[in-house]
Design a binder for this molecule. Structure first.
Ligand SMILES: [Zn+2]
Length: 744
């Protein structure tokens, strides 16, 4: 699922000056606070409201704001004095302030700029500067107009008012707004009777006013825009560690509330302990009638069909909750790029895997590197400091994947000093920057302070440079003497222009006595390295656990069953005849994925041999298997033998499976190999011994896609594993074999 967060959607900018007809207008801003009173008519799709902006007593003598260009302003007063309002659409916000872009760049094509002189009489009041704007407008997007793409950006609609619900983001300019990160606000809204709404802050109890339900929210925490969602919600709330945790679900999803409340409690506790106190008075999960997901300060909007997905509570919900610390708690200074998606991914999506199992953590990083290789190329690559938000897979690979790896590399470096340092940096950053915009530069300062040394080279190379370094080991030699080895080799990194990448490199030496890990600091290319250890060296492997953001070679990804499962042209070949033929057919039908076909060996045509194939049955059962037998060392079909004398029982057929022999049992083995006719394709073999059910022995395989071989007894998995990633990639240097006779 693709989601975005509202701080991306509501990206704002502070601009103090607007240029009009070459003469600059200074407007008094930001508002010190704002009060909004609005009423919605869902039949007419309209909002009517009054905005009270409390401005500072000093400053420019003009007031200005942006409003949706289809809306109207019926009056504006300053301290009760009528003002003469002018509008104009032709301004360039980027020219008006040094602070422009702190919260990103607004898409202002739908907004009109209004401004007025503050009357002299109003300026004489030294107690307050209250500007009051009455406004109204219509905003509607019929449900069938709303597009949602999982691959591309998730939001197409920034505001709609209708009978199915109300959704208004500040990017819709639905109230008078000048981009402003520091205004607390209070909003009173009247929605259809029986409905409720959610925005930032703490909510009053609902009251009935005529045909409306009225609720007031007080949002003391600074935010850079007002987002609001309303609907006929069923509300469930609990108190947890001083936080009001609620679900605002549409009636169809109301049964899901308890599960979500429990999950929210766990995340809120986990992240409060990890980072610091949760910054908002409430957290609400809000059902969105539109198919999208956003993370706002103190609430998250999730589409109805998304809420129903079983894995959301264990993945995306935690990610959105973490945005309350990163993105909404600490805001992002977008002028140096958006660090917050990568960090949120690191401490949510990635952390959940890594906490469960360290192999899953390596897989996640490996996958990250693969995604960068798959989606980023010379045309669409850009430096991390230019990442703002996600619009496609390349943005994701850069702004989420690469940034996540930047935090991971920092943690790996800091862990070598002290494994608590990284968490202390995160906690310090949160303490120092809560409620303020934070830049990459500030991250660097905090990391350096905790580390006690400058690491500007690290930030410069990962933030300012685009691309990804590759690493090779070459020109190796090894000497064995008196039970030890000494190896010398070059570590070559590319590109070297404008200068070589600098990084700590983990190198693993695999020997006949086990494996030994070394850390080498790489600063030039080529860099000559010398390592030593006990035993006979077999090979060296650089960065075995994918701790660096670097080129992943195709040979580093082990071939697993996922390769066949993901191949839309895969062909599953079952025996046409034999005792297990029907079982194999049923198993194959259950395993095939969209696009794949199931045929019998009698229907097999020679040109199919170079496709990805899944062959069911032994060579005796399946004529295609007989022609394409697998590597015997790994999988061997052992035929049965007749009794040699009267008293002997015949030997049933069996299986050699990775140097083990299986006979007499309900065993089903599955193993994948590269297809010798086309190594980018695969051949999977599945064979059941006579006592086994092919269906039972393969039913769970879709959950075991990350393995290369599986053995089930009945339906119970008894052996599983993945092939080691092929050894001969440029990250590996193989030592010449020492002849047995020359060993000590
Ligand atoms: Zn996010």
């Amino acid at each position: 699922m693709r989601q975005t967060s509202a701080f991306l959607l509501t990206i704002a900018a502070i601009f103090v000056l607007f240029t009009v007809d070459a003469s600059a207008i200074s407007v008094r801003w930001p508002a010190e606070s704002m009060e909004l009173d609005v009423q919605f008519d869902t039949s007419a799709h309209t909002v009517n409201g009054v905005a009270k902006m409390y401005l500072s007593l000093d400053g420019p003598k003009s007031v200005g704001f942006l409003l949706n260009n289809s809306f109207t302003v019926s009056s504006i007063t300053a301290n009760g004095q009528d003002c003469e309002l002018k509008s104009h659409a032709d301004y360039d916000p980027s020219e008006v302030s040094d602070a422009y872009g702190v919260y990103g760049k607004w898409e202002t094509s739908k907004a009109l700029f209004w401004y007025t002189q503050i009357p002299k009489k109003a300026l004489r009041n030294r107690d307050a500067m209250l500007v009051e704007v009455k406004f109204s407008g219509k905003m509607y997007s019929p449900p069938d107009n709303r597009k949602f793409s999982r691959e591309e950006i998730a939001f197409e609609v920034d505001g709609t008012i209708g009978k199915e619900g109300i959704f208004l983001s500040s990017g819709a300019f639905w109230y008078p707004i000048l981009p402003d990160a520091t205004s607390p606000y209070k909003i009173t809204a009247r929605v259809p009777k029986g409905w409720n709404f959610v925005t930032n802050g703490a909510s009053s109890a609902p009251t009935t006013v005529g045909d409306f339900t009225q609720v007031t929210y007080t949002a003391d925490f600074p935010s850079n825009g007002i987002d609001l969602s309303a609907g006929p919600f069923v509300i469930k709330s609990i108190q947890h560690e001083g936080i009001t945790v609620s679900t605002y679900f549409l009636p169809a999803e109301a049964d899901l509330a308890d599960g979500y409340l429990d999950a929210c409690k766990n995340y809120l506790t986990m992240y409060s302990n990890l980072i610091g106190k949760y910054p908002f008075p409430k957290f609400a999960v809000v059902d969105n009638f539109m198919p999208s997901g956003y993370g706002m300060p103190g609430w998250t909007l999730l589409g109805s069909e998304v809420l129903r997905l079983p894995f959301i509570k264990s993945t995306s919900l935690g990610h959105e909750i973490l945005h309350n610390w990163f993105g909404n708690g600490i805001l992002v200074d977008y002028r140096e790029g958006n660090w917050c998606e990568g960090l949120t991914t690191y401490l949510a999506d990635y952390k959940y895997k890594a906490d469960a199992d360290s192999a899953a953590a390596v897989d996640y990083r490996n996958n990250n590197l693969r995604e960068f290789a798959d989606y980023v190329n010379a045309e669409n690559d850009y430096p991390v400091k230019e990442f703002v938000g996600r619009t496609n897979q390349a943005d994701r690979a850069i702004g989420y994947g690469k940034v996540m790896m930047i935090f991971h590399m920092l943690k790996t470096m800091y862990d070598q000093e002290d494994t608590t340092l990284f968490n202390k940096v995160i906690q310090q950053a949160y303490k120092d920057n809560l409620g303020k915009p934070m830049s990459w530069f500030q991250w660097r300062q905090i990391f350096e302070r905790r580390f006690g040394q400058k690491i500007d080279w690290f930030f410069a190379q990962w933030l300012d440079r685009k691309g990804i370094p590759s690493i090779r080991i070459e020109n190796g030699s090894v000497q064995h003497d008196q039970g030890t080895w000494v190896a010398e080799f070059d570590v070559i990194t590319a590109p070297v222009d404008p200068k070589p990448y600098t990084f700590p490199l983990n190198i693993r030496g695999v020997t006949d006595e086990g494996q030994f890990d070394y850390s080498v600091f790489i600063m030039e290319s080529p860099q000559r390295v010398s390592l030593a250890g006990p035993g006979y060296l077999e090979f060296l492997r650089a960065d075995p656990a994918c701790n660096l953001f670097r080129v992943l070679y195709p040979e580093e990804a082990p071939l697993t069953l996922a390769a066949f499962i993901g191949d839309k042209e895969g062909i599953l070949v079952v025996p046409a005849k034999g005792a297990l033929a029907a079982g194999y057919k049923e198993a194959a039908e259950g395993l095939k994925t969209p696009g794949q076909t199931v045929i019998t060996d009698a229907e097999f045509k020679p040109e199919m041999a170079s496709k990805s194939l899944w062959l069911f049955g032994s060579p005796e059962e399946n004529s295609v298997t007989a022609k394409m037998v697998p590597d015997k060392e790994r999988m061997e079909f052992l035929p049965g033998k007749p009794a040699r004398w009267k008293e002997e029982d015949p030997t049933p057929p069996g299986l050699g499976f990775r140097a083990e022999e299986f006979r007499n049992g309900a065993f089903t083995a599955t193993m994948i190999f590269p297809n010798p006719k086309d190594v980018t394709k695969s051949v999977v073999y599945t064979v059941s011994l006579p006592g086994a059910s092919p269906v039972g022995g393969t039913r769970k395989i879709p959950h075991y896609g990350k393995y290369s071989y599986l053995m089930f007894e009945g339906e119970t998995n008894v052996r599983k594993g993945a092939w080691a990633a092929a050894g001969k990639c440029p990250m590996v240097w193989e030592a010449p074999a020492v002849p047995e006779g020359e060993k000590w």
